[in-house]
Design a protein around this ligand. Structure first.
Ligand SMILES: Nc1nc2c(c(=O)[nH]1)N[C@H]1C(S)=C(S)[C@@H](COP(=O)(O)O)O[C@H]1N2
Ligand SMILES: [Mo]
Length: 197
C-alpha cells in the first residue's frame, strides 16, 4: 500500500475498525494554521454549567501524571495503533471543577477557533485523557501541544488539539466538523463518519 499506509497483520486486524488502513507514521491533520502557544501562556477555561475557572500549566502538572497507550482513528481512513502519551485522565481533572446539575454535553474550544462536541458520558469515559507528551517528547505543536484532549473510542476529530476551553451544556451543540456534515458522535466501529441529518 506504499510508503505511508499498510494492511494490518493478523494480530492487529481485530483492532482496526472497518474502512481504516494503518498509517506507518503519525500523520498530522489540522484544519487551518497551527497555533503556537507556550505552556506558560496556555490556559484552559471552563464555563457553562460549571463554576467558571481558568487553569494554567501548573494546575495540570499538579494532577497525577499517567501513561496512556491508545489507538487513534481518523475519519479520513487512517488509524495509528498504540500511540504512546502522557497526561492527565479526565476523571482526575474532574476533581478540579464543580459541575452544576443537568450537564449532558461538553463543547471543546481550541486555540485557533476549532470546536468539537461530546456527550458528557464520552467526555468522562474512562479512556478519555488530556495529553501533553507524545512518544516521550513534549507534545509537538502540530499534534496539539502544549495540550490536547484524546478520546480514543471516537474518531480523532473529537480529540481537540490546543485545547483552551470546555463548555458544559444541558443540550447538544455541534462543533466545527459536526456543523459541516460529520457525525455528531463519531464511533469508528459503527462507522459513524457522516451525519444523516
Ligand atoms: N484544534 C484542532 N483539533 C483537531 C483538529 C483541528 O483541525 N484543529 N483536527 C482533528 C482531526 S480531523 C484529527 S484526525 C486529529 C489529528 O490529530 P494529529 O494531527 O495529531 O494526527 O486532530 C483533531 N483535532
Ligand atoms: Mo481526522
Amino acid at each position: 500500500m506504499g510508503k505511508y499506509f499498510r494492511q494490518p497483520n493478523t494480530s492487529e486486524i481485530q483492532r482496526v475498525p472497518p474502512g481504516q488502513h494503518l498509517a506507518n507514521r503519525f500523520p498530522v491533520l489540522t484544519y487551518g494554521d497551527t497555533p503556537h502557544v507556550t505552556s506558560e501562556d496556555w490556559q484552559l477555561k471552563v464555563w457553562g454549567l460549571v463554576k467558571q475557572q481558568t487553569f494554567g500549566w501548573s494546575d495540570i502538572l499538579a494532577l497525577p501524571q499517567k501513561h496512556f497507550t491508545a489507538d487513534f482513528h481518523c475519519v479520513t481512513h487512517w488509524s495509528k495503533l498504540d500511540v504512546s502519551w502522557v497526561g492527565v485522565s479526565v476523571s482526575d481533572f474532574m476533581h478540579l471543577i464543580e459541575l452544576k446539575p443537568g450537564v449532558t454535553h461538553v463543547m471543546q474550544h481550541c486555540y485557533g477557533g476549532y470546536t468539537t462536541n461530546l456527550a458528557f458520558d464520552d467526555f468522562v469515559h474512562e479512556t478519555t485523557f488530556f495529553a501533553h507528551t507524545l512518544d516521550g517528547q513534549s507534545l509537538p505543536a502540530d499534534h496539539g501541544g502544549p495540550l490536547r484532549l484524546v478520546v480514543p473510542h471516537l474518531y480523532a476529530w473529537k480529540s481537540g488539539k490546543w485545547l483552551n476551553g470546555l463548555e458544559f451544556l444541558d443540550h447538544e451543540k455541534l462543533g466545527f466538523w459536526e456543523e459541516n456534515g460529520y457525525h455528531r458522535r463519531g464511533e469508528p466501529w459503527a462507522e459513524e463518519r457522516y451525519s444523516n441529518r
